[in-house]
Design a protein around this ligand. Structure first.
Ligand code: SF4
Length: 215
């Protein structure tokens, strides 16, 4: 597959930054605690679904202190329409316990500390940092992966290699690029029936309409 040239990368970057400069996550949250949980729940689950689940969860467990002593079965019931809810329920309770025991009840806003929390991998930590602090980081979900490949920005087979490639190629404005790539992939460059003719502002840079998926 053809790769995007340096010039193309720079124009694509500019287009994303301009169009999505104010873009934020579509997950609903009011605090770092709520954001970390919403992002953790969104793995393999849509943001829409997570937004339906979290109001009742946050009402009953508004902070790490209450969630740390929550009944596991009760949490499972509250989040059971989310994929992998059994593991996610265990993880968010364990996460709250660590936040209470090690971080005095405050979510640590640091990439390396975040990944020590149960259920928080590198991607979740990066998404939290991008959203909450505007950190210059990239995170590759299914949308970012597909769009990066269609635009010839990456030919890597895995999400983590694609992340490294995007960081190397874009270098700056990564948080805006992340938010933009997600929204562009979710609403315009969709996996099935992308809106190439009607809405795509990057048509001239498109290298393929294949539905790329990370291994
Ligand atoms: S032309 Fe279509 S497939 Fe290509 S980047 Fe645009 S929306 Fe995506």
């Amino acid at each position: 597959m053809k790769k995007a040239s340096k010039k193309e990368i720079s124009v694509i970057k500019e287009a994303f930054v301009e169009r999505y400069s104010e873009a934020v996550t579509e997950l609903h949250y009011n605090s770092a605690y709520e954001l970390v949980i919403a992002v953790a729940l969104s793995a393999q689950c849509t943001d829409k679904r997570v937004n339906l689940i979290t109001p009742a969860l946050f009402k009953k467990y508004p902070d790490a202190a209450s969630l740390a002593v929550a009944d596991l079965d009760d949490v499972k019931v509250l989040i059971n329409s989310c994929s992998f809810f059994n593991n996610k329920a265990k993880n968010i309770i364990a996460m709250a316990n660590r936040v209470m025991n090690v971080y005095e009840g405050e979510i640590p806003m640091d990439e390396k500390e975040l990944i020590t929390l149960a259920g928080v991998g590198q991607k979740t930590a990066n998404v939290v940092m991008i959203e909450y602090t505007g950190a210059n980081l990239m995170a590759v979900d299914t949308h970012v992966f597909r769009v990066s490949h269609r635009l010839g920005l990456s030919s890597d087979e895995t999400a983590s290699k694609t992340e490294a490639t995007l960081v190397k190629k874009f270098q700056t404005n990564l948080h805006q690029l992340h938010q933009g790539l997600v929204l562009f992939g979710r609403y315009i460059c969709t996996a099935k029936n992308p809106k190439c003719e009607t809405e795509c502002f990057l048509r001239e840079f498109c290298k393929s309409k294949e539905s790329f998926k990370a291994r």
